[in-house]
Write a protein that binds this ligand. Structure first.
Ligand SMILES: [Zn+2]
Length: 537
């Protein structure tokens, strides 16, 4: 029986190889017919003694059943229409056993991936090499790269992130962009691709026009390893014993506040890693981000938690296809074409509660999707260069998307001070799809599929303003907006005393007027009223 489990794994490994895709489903079905499901007879303590988590698969009846099982255990990305792959810790597995569903445990096979070469990027670094690389990026490019330690875990390992921009660390009229990878510690494609992307961008600055522009115009943040305790579970020397969960056997991608299920959807406290990312999202107002995983090859766009579509579903489909199409064009046949030609709505695939993507979209007004970069969770290092060549054009395209759509700066019409305002499209926005402008600059970034939109800018204490604008894909539309304060008391700018009332004349954009002739204007009185008129004197 041991042997046949090994065979399943070996076979699966072939099935999920980058190059063999077309016969995948058929083979899987045949396999299932041939291999009987194994009953569970091991003692659970023994089973969880070594790794604290197990990986297994089972057949499920329908989506509804799968969604309810997903509340108990951690369904994996590999899930298809007949079989679900899943992870569980001891507590979760004990709950799963109560359902009486047949399952097959997939034994963990330690990987031996130590033979690659750092210079060829066909290599997984040790933990210390990783820290050294991140340090070296900042040391070698101090003008455009800063290293931040977002937090040190109880284990002593750090959550590191580099920030890349011209005038790095200074707030500018730029979108803040986030790439983060490997919150599932055994999903390591994005770990290496992120490191290589950092290296590529930094070395391209000043040499490659496109990279130079991206660095000049975007506040770029890249975190290659969001779950170092999972990735280096077997020790800091290598990732050969990487696992999904963190050191408390918690799936970090079920640990976030959920739009539908509220705080603690997984019943666990917020983990150290989660708290660190909640803090980051609180500090940096990311406009757009991507969360890298592996175990499949597909762009997964929101929502995961419910079947509602986002207001910007056509934009999501557009940028997801852009990502997948470019991966397909830059790889051998069969890569990144899973589900709907390499893209899927999250909930359509399988439901996740407490995922990071939904948190960022719903609670942080950010646009985040999930990139599943390779069928192999921890690819053979020899495949990493191919993965890079397939993905880096897409990674740059998505980075560049942060510059497009509707953007501008919102200010107070009288003082010129930047404002945090709500930017909303009435009768269009749903489920928290509006955005806010960010202080201290007042800049906002709203990503929209091409079309015509009435966009309303509002802030309490100000008159709302609605503008009509036309958006084109892959194009920036800049609309700077001034909001006129209600109850403004004039004191220093163009004050006038007229009929014993203090008042200020401003034009329809809210700017103080020098000449008042033949211009429609708004007169604001210090008692808080205003009136529109045209002066023809
Ligand atoms: Zn994952």
């Amino acid at each position: 029986m041991e042997d046949s489990i090994e065979e399943i794994c070996n076979e699966n490994k072939y099935l999920i190889n980058l190059r063999i895709k077309t016969t995948k489903m058929i083979k899987k079905i045949i396999l299932l017919l041939l291999i009987p499901f194994l009953g569970f007879s091991n003692d659970t303590d023994t089973l969880f003694y070594e790794r604290g988590e197990i990986y297994f698969f089972f057949e499920y009846k329908n989506k509804k059943q799968l969604n309810s099982i997903s509340d108990i255990i951690s369904i994996d990305h590999k899930t298809n229409s007949e079989i679900a792959y899943a992870y569980a810790n001891k507590k979760e597995f004990t709950e799963f056993l109560k359902l009486g569903i047949d399952y097959t445990i997939i034994p963990h096979k330690p990987l031996n991936f130590l033979n690659g070469n750092k210079n060829n990027w066909d290599y997984y670094p040790s933990y210390q090499e990783y820290v050294d690389m991140m340090t070296a990026f900042a040391d070698s490019f101090p003008n455009i790269c800063k290293l931040h330690n977002l937090g040190t875990l109880t284990s002593g390992r750090k959550i590191l992130i580099v920030q890349i921009s011209d005038n790095v660390g200074q707030k500018e009229d730029e979108p803040s962009f986030l790439y983060t990878s490997s919150m599932h510690g055994d999903e390591l494609s994005g770990y290496i691709l992120s490191l290589r992307l950092i290296n590529y961008i930094l070395n391209g600055y000043g040499n490659n026009q496109r990279l130079t522009d991206l660095v000049n115009e975007i506040d770029i943040w890249i975190n290659p390893l969001a779950n170092p305790d999972g990735a280096y579970y077997g020790g800091n020397q290598d990732v050969s014993d990487a696992r999904r969960y963190n050191s408390n056997w918690v799936d970090l991608n079920r640990n976030y506040p959920d739009p539908e299920d509220g705080p603690h959807p997984d019943g666990n406290s917020y983990q150290e890693e989660t708290t660190i990312f909640l803090g980051l999202a609180d500090t940096v107002n990311f406009s757009i981000s991507a969360n890298m995983h592996s175990g499949a090859e597909v762009c997964n766009y929101p929502w995961d938690t419910w079947s509602n579509l986002t207001a910007d579903n056509n934009w999501w489909e557009y940028v997801s296809h852009e990502y997948a199409d470019s991966c397909q064009a830059n790889s051998s046949n069969g890569y990144f074409n899973y589900l709907n030609d390499g893209i899927t709505n999250g909930n359509d695939w399988y439901e996740i509660d407490g995922g990071r993507q939904d948190y960022m979209n719903y609670f942080r007004y950010c646009r985040e999707f999930t990139l599943e970069l390779s069928d192999d969770k921890t690819p053979d290092p020899n495949d990493l260069p191919d993965l890079w060549y397939a993905n880096y054009p897409s990674l740059l395209n998505y980075l560049e998307q942060s510059l497009f759509g509707l953007r501008g700066i919102v200010t107070d019409s009288i003082t010129g001070d930047p404002l945090k305002a709500k930017i909303e499209i009435l009768n269009y926005d749903i489920d928290s799809s509006h955005v806010y402008s960010n202080l201290p600059i007042g800049n906002y970034h709203r990503y929209l599929y091409q079309g015509n939109y009435n966009v309303t800018f509002s802030r309490s204490g100000y008159y709302s303003k609605t503008i009509n604008t036309t958006i084109l894909n892959n194009t920036s539309t800049v609309k700077n907006v001034q909001l006129v304060p209600i109850n403004w008391t004039p004191n220093s700018i163009n004050e006038e005393i007229k009929n014993k009332q203090q008042s200020l004349y401003i034009d329809i954009l809210g700017r103080p007027l020098k000449s008042k002739e033949n211009i429609p204007l708004i007169q604001i009185f210090n008692k808080g009223t205003s009136k529109k008129k045209i002066i023809t004197e």
